[in-house]
Design a protein around this ligand. Sequence first.
Ligand SMILES: [Zn+2]
Length: 244
Amino acid sequence: MSSTNPRPRRTGAPADAWADAVLALLGLVLPVTCPGCGAPDRAVCLPCRDALDAEPLRRRLVAGVRLDAAFAYRDTVRALVLELKLRGRTDLVPVLAPRFGALVDRALADVPGALLVRVPPSRTGARRRGFDPVVLLLRRARAARQRSCRAPRGALRRDRRPGRRTAGPHSSGTPAAHGQKGRTALERVEATVGTLRAAHVAGRDVVVVDDVVTTGVTMAEAVRAVRAAGGRVVRCVALAEVEE
Ligand SMILES: [Zn+2]
């Protein structure tokens, strides 16, 4: 028996070592660049990470409720979120998760007994992605782990009302047929009110979470739906929000 081939030493994280090796091999055929600056890197380069860490937390009001956001939705953050949501770059989750998870945990600590309710993603977006970025972020951050904060399934869902959504294939002249961008603020609000419905939240304090808050119309609709179902929204938390 020769001793020239010793067993490989066990490292602390063999799974990580394997993941590194696979990623290194993939990198040969699928070059990965930092979405923040384009530098060749596996995920986000160090200078871009440092820039993210230096970003101030965001706070504003949505429907009279305090919204905490981990980042402003612009520049590097916007690039990262789009890569994650549109191209499935789940390797970016560890970069974005800690601050978001900390905000969620702080909200739940501030209001003991609160339920955590996620704004449901659009059906097409969820189907296309096959994953929920908010769930991935919370899981990675090990946030919202107490069983008591988990809302029952369907606590907040999209309400498909035949009368309001299906205006018909030939009604392209109506406001409902245009994208959000072509609408006035009032049209956006009118088109959104009644699109969400809450359940199982009566008498409960609720923390509402979403990934990106832009106009705030969807988050405001979530607040309205929870209130309509007898719940009290005590905090909204987002990964990123668009500066007004
Ligand atoms: Zn970079």
